[in-house]
Design a protein around this ligand. Structure first.
Ligand code: FAD
Length: 410
């Protein structure tokens, strides 16, 4: 190990804090520069303020990007090693049955407090309100300059400045300009874990409605890209909820093809079973109006919207007037209501960044750039977007710890 090596971390976010702590623990003098007035602003917002900080099942299958490279990076730090690291920092965690891990007190602020105390105890020099503008290789190291003209000379640089998602938490995409300045290619960027905008007049009327046990599927032309089941939330412009956010990670696969969202309100029943149920209800509810025909199956507002979309009107009609063709059409809608996807809610509403610096351009064992020796890349700068469930924070800790350790000793 070289003594007194200077490591400069650009970005005081999740992977930046992990990198700074790992580098200083390995003996480096570490400086961390953060453009916001405080470090870790995004961490505070994670998991709705509860911070889903890890997932015990984190593997390449939960991320976009090249799986062999992903695997190689993920092998550096396992979920258990992240939790042991937190334990050493003094943070007690709680694992849920599905593998999601939270701080024991379910407060993101506690995770940040623990990290900040560790930065202080390990003498990491933290400068906030400092946006890095240029990084230039110089004398075997780097010259780093901030927007307000301050300058640092350092041996190693860790680029941990995040992606483009949720810019109110500090991530303005400047990391990609810095990466490009070293000749890195950045694959096309798109907002991920983001609500979808869909085309249909039903949405304003369904605004605020939640329906659990709903399977959402994303199709490009007729090809299924991804599906997920859970609670879907209708909004004025389209749909949200965890299954929908998960689907958005597959948007990068669609290319220019038209995209469709399909909702299945009875994922555990075949369409024929749903149809038979409707036939039976047409008999048992014969004297009832259409207003009550789907009562007890799906939420009232949703039922009216489904019936309306199938031309089953007016609602004052009696159930026994429904034709077989109408029943087939209602069953098809309940099993696969389709909406054209016209976009997403954009970077402001996105939790992560799809695309980024290709994993082909880093050494997966160290996260060091293959374009520039001594430069390391971590977190969302890299082309790997994880699903909801703690996978993105795992990626940030894993790459941060790997780069921090390697930058200090390699
Ligand atoms: C609302 C929300 C909820 C989320 N919830 C979860 C969750 O529960 N679980 C999960 O796994 N993931 C979650 N995520 C995703 C997770 O927070 C990110 O993937 C993770 O923070 C990425 O870490 P990072 O280090 O790459 O970037 P960040 O944590 O975004 O840190 C980058 C830092 O760099 C700074 N910076 C940018 N440019 C510069 C510059 N030029 N100079 C100096 N500093 C700069 C930024 O201000 C920022 O502080 C959530 C994201 C959001 C927005």
């Amino acid at each position: 190990m070289e003594g007194n090596r200077k490591v400069l971390v650009i970005g005081g976010g999740v992977s930046g804090m992990a990198a700074a702590l790992a580098a200083s623990k390995a003996g480096a003098h570490v400086t961390m520069l953060e453009r916001m007035d405080r470090v870790g602003k995004k961490l505070l917002a994670t998991g709705n303020g509860r911070c889903n900080l890890e997932n015990r099942n984190a593997d390449a299958g939960h991320y976009t990007g090249s799986s062999s490279k992903l695997n190689a990076v993920l092998q550096n730090v396992s979920p258990q090693q992240v939790l042991t690291w937190f334990e050493e920092l003094g943070l007690l965690c709680d694992t849920q049955p599905d593998g999601r891990v939270y701080p024991y007190c379910y407060q993101a602020s506690m995770v940040l407090d623990v990290l900040r105390l560790a930065l202080e105890r390990q003498n990491v020099s933290v400068e906030c309100g400092c946006e890095v503008q240029t990084v230039v290789p110089q004398n075997g190291g780097f010259s780093v300059t901030s927007q307000d003209g301050r300058n640092w000379q350092t041996d190693r640089v860790i680029l941990a400045a995040g992606g483009k998602a949720s810019p109110s938490h500090g991530t303005n995409g400047s990391a990609f300009s810095l990466a490009r300045s070293f000749g890195h290619t950045v694959t096309p960027l798109y907002p991920c874990l983001v609500p979808l905008r869909c085309k249909s007049e039903v949405f304003p009327g369904l605004k605020g409605l939640r329906t659990d046990n709903c399977r959402a599927g994303l199709y490009a032309d007729e090809k299924l890209l991804k599906e997920d089941t859970g609670e879907v939330l209708f909004t004025e412009y389209g749909v949200s909820g965890i299954p929908v956010l998960q689907l958005s990670t597959a948007l990068g696969l669609a290319g220019q093809r038209p995209i469709t969202l399909q909702l299945d309100f009875f994922p555990h029943m075949e369409e024929t079973a749903v149809r038979n149920l409707l036939v039976q209800r047409r008999k048992s509810l014969a004297d009832q109006t259409l207003e009550n025909f789907l009562l007890g199956l799906i939420a009232k507002k949703l039922a009216y919207a489904v019936l309306k979309s199938r031309g089953c009107a007016p609602l004052s009609r009696k159930a026994d007037t429904l034709s077989d063709a109408e029943l087939n059409s209602i069953a098809a809608a309940l099993k696969g209501w389709r909406f054209p996807v016209v976009g997403t809610q954009g970077w402001d509403a996105a939790q992560v960044t799809g695309g980024g610096v290709s994993l082909q351009e880093i050494d997966p064992r160290t996260c060091e750039s293959l374009r520039q020796r001594g430069l390391y890349l971590t977190g969302e700068v890299l082309d790997a977007a994880g699903e909801c469930g703690g996978f993105n924070l795992h990626w940030a800790w894993c790459t941060g710890l790997t780069a921090g350790r390697s930058s200090a000793i390699k």
